[in-house]
Write a protein that binds this ligand. Structure first.
Ligand code: F3S
Length: 394
């Protein structure tokens, strides 16, 4: 593998122990994936921010990096953490967890990473440009970045993305290269609605059908950012899709792409029903969690409009709305309406919070959460459209 003189100097420890550690990791990954060089990146987005997921080992790893003088060299944002920084008591979080979570956020801040924590950085401070090389580590966000914005990133792991952020470089392989961005199969969609929930179901069905690869959708029109994030999140969780194209919609497929000879996968009523059945394992729930991925400003307006004039009568079920601090701050009137029903939590989510210490049965309108709540939070799941879920609390 070719390293420039500067890159070699970092590897030799001339720029400090933190940068050296980062270069060791990035070059090791480059070797594993057969990259012959590193590529400069414009931004990074880091996962591994919740104390629940990284534990004391992660805390120590971050402390060592900070002690070694590590600092990010490109704009970098952070994924959701295990609690709302101010309202963690409403989430039934213990003081011990809160104290360690705040230390983790502080350590990331010391490395120069923005301390707002969201899985929709593109709806806030980190908007990727077409063709930008980036190193992102949140499976839904990086798929949106690749597909909806036409940026270039692999499915980075947390430590790999952090190392790339420190160096401003990542290994040049996979979706950084033109030849790997071509479609690998065509998705013919039938019976498709236009709601965000429909796109979540579509993502679940496609993820289940193809696992990995680069799907090419035909027949989808004018995809919104809300639809793109639901589709991306579901395909990344039900499979491991990190890049998709939609003919006439997404930037690399605006004028169509060559798909001659590719396998076709048909998604229709049967596949939608199978997606729904796969994720539904319970009827009565203790918690309804909305906002996976984090709610956008438009979704906050839509939910508040749905809730206006209604009353929460079912006291046995809690409802949480998850979004970013930035979005919450932009929607004070919506927040007021929504908080008659349950807290609008910032910078956290139902999956990376330790909900399993309080709840066993959770409802969601997100296929991604539907996949992860059983495995990462030991939950039985009710998966349904938001309008149906809201009926549960009336
Ligand atoms: Fe975001 Fe948590 Fe879902 S990080 S994509 S809300 S699982």
């Amino acid at each position: 593998m070719q390293l420039t003189r500067d890159e070699q100097a970092i590897l030799d420890g001339e720029k400090g122990a933190g940068a050296q550690k980062a270069m060791e990791l990035v070059t090791a990954l480059a070797k594993v994936y057969g990259a012959d060089s590193l590529v400069d990146i414009k931004s990074a987005h880091l996962s591994g921010a919740s104390y629940k997921t990284i534990g004391d080992g992660g805390l120590k790893y971050l402390s060592d990096l900070v002690d070694g003088g590590a600092k990010v060299s490109v704009p970098s944002t952070l994924n959701p953490v295990g609690m709302d920084r101010e309202r963690w008591k409403e989430m039934h979080i213990s003081p011990e967890f809160a104290e360690k979570q705040l230390r983790i956020i502080d350590l990331y801040g010391k490395m120069g990473i923005r301390k707002t924590c969201s899985c929709t950085p593109y709806a806030g401070p980190n908007v990727p440009g077409f063709g930008d090389h980036i190193a992102w580590a949140e499976s839904s966000a990086l798929s949106v970045a690749n597909s909806f914005f036409g940026a270039r990133t692999n499915r980075e792991g947390g430590p790999g993305a952090l190392a790339a952020a420190i160096l401003g470089k990542t290994a040049n392989y996979g979706y950084h290269l033109d030849e790997n961005r071509r479609p690998t199969c065509v998705i013919d969609v039938e019976d498709m609605g236009g709601s965000v929930f429909d796109y979540s179901m579509l993502g679940q069905a496609v993820g289940m059908a193809m696992g990995k690869g680069v799907p090419y959708f035909r027949g989808l029109k004018d995809i919104t950012i809300e639809q793109a994030k639901a589709l991306s999140a579901a395909m990344a969780a039900a499979g491991s899709v990190a890049l998709w194209h939609a003919e006439g919609c997404t930037p690399e497929a605006r004028n169509g792409l060559d798909v001659e000879g590719l396998e076709h996968i048909h998604i229709g009523k049967k596949e939608f029903d199978a997606s729904y059945d796969k994720l539904n394992t319970v009827d009565d729930v203790q918690l309804i969690a909305i906002g996976c991925p984090h709610l956008t400003v438009k979704e906050m307006h839509d939910i508040a409009a749905m809730l206006k004039g209604r009353k929460k009568r079912n006291k046995d079920v809690e409802i949480w709305f998850c979004t970013s601090e930035e979005v919450r701050a932009q929607c004070p009137d919506d927040v007021k309406v929504m908080e008659e029903f349950g807290p609008v939590l910032a910078d956290t989510c139902m999956v990376v919070a330790p909900i399993e210490s309080t709840f066993q049965r959770t409802a969601t309108n997100s296929a991604k959460a539907g996949n992860y709540l059983p495995t990462l939070c030991s939950q039985k799941v009710l998966f349904s459209d938001i309008s149906d879920l809201l009926k549960v609390i009336e």
